[in-house]
Design a protein around this ligand. Structure first.
Ligand SMILES: Nc1ncnc2c1ncn2[C@@H]1O[C@H](COP(=O)(O)OP(=O)(O)O)[C@@H](O)[C@H]1O
Ligand SMILES: Nc1ccn([C@H]2C[C@H](O)[C@@H](COP(=O)(O)OP(=O)(O)O)O2)c(=O)n1
Length: 234
């Protein structure tokens, strides 16, 4: 089955927080008529399960046990935000400050990653065309993806965007948010298992001075060029 743009294949979007991955991935998926998978939402849902079990997010063994027993479900149809843990809708809760604080520790546990990466690959296998965003999609989850994009932006721009998105204007709260972004970048980039880094064959797109539509256009262009090149080569 071909999509409305004729695109078939996999597009990956990785990068640190606040670079625009989620918003860009959603628009690209809708422009390409592709499915959309937010893998960060899966790690956030796992974190909800850990917090609800009353387990310390830094206790790797306990975290692995809780996540092994939790049913985590996410929607992949573009436009849906379905995220459930054991049948309960957690789409709003996963964005809470409490979850954001603990998600890096939970996602650094290798058993958690193995389980969620398996699930991510099964979800992707069910789609002809898919846009997947996260931290390790181009490097680990889908190393053979057709197009890999690594989004970056200056830390100040990222913190500003997050503040705007969350409606935060108090300077002390903005500073706390910027500090949290730095802490998470550091945690996600330095963990032993699947650290945040660009794949060797990723196209690095710096969105500091590009608006959202500019980034979307660039990624759609790359996807259609890759699909065209594949057809010519076939
Ligand atoms: N190029 C851009 N310029 C300005 N704001 C942007 C840009 N891309 C995304 N945004 C906005 O920044 C915020 C964070 O984007 P989001 O997609 O959630 O990033 P990420 O998924 O990488 O954390 C959102 O409010 C989004 O609309
Ligand atoms: N593929 C992924 C996706 C997210 N993670 C982890 C690391 C991130 O700090 C958290 C949350 O990811 P998410 O994309 O929701 O975070 P932001 O929207 O960028 O703040 O999950 C991961 O380890 N691997």
């Amino acid at each position: 089955m071909s999509t409305m743009s004729g695109f078939r294949g996999q597009v990956t979007l990785d990068g640190p927080s606040g670079t625009g991955k989620s918003s860009v991935a959603r628009s690209v998926a809708s422009r390409l008529g592709a499915a959309y998978l937010d893998t960060g939402a899966m790690y956030r849902a796992a974190t909800v399960a850990v917090l609800d079990a009353g387990v310390d997010p830094e206790d790797g063994e306990a975290v692995a046990r809780v996540v092994a027993g939790a049913r985590i479900e996410v929607g992949t149809a573009a436009g849906t935000e379905r995220v459930e843990v054991d049948g309960t809708d957690v789409a709003e809760r996963i964005r809470s400050a409490e979850v954001t604080r603990s998600v890096s520790a939970v996602s650094a546990v290798p058993a958690v990653r193995r389980r969620l990466v398996d699930q991510q690959r099964s979800l992707v296998a069910a789609a002809d065309a898919v846009v997947v965003e996260g931290r390790d999609i181009g490097t680990v989850v889908l190393p053979d993806a057709d197009v890999k994009v690594y989004l970056t932006a200056a830390p100040e721009a990222r913190a500003e965007r997050r503040a705007l998105q969350l409606g935060i204007s108090d300077p002390a709260e903005v500073a706390a948010l910027a500090a949290d972004l730095r802490r998470r970048d550091e945690y996600d980039s330095s963990r032993a298992d699947s650290p945040l880094r660009p794949a060797a064959d990723a196209v690095v797109v710096d969105s500091t001075d590009l608006d959202r539509e500019g980034v979307v256009d660039r990624v759609v262009e790359l996807a259609l060029a890759a699909a065209g090149a594949r057809e010519v080569g076939a």
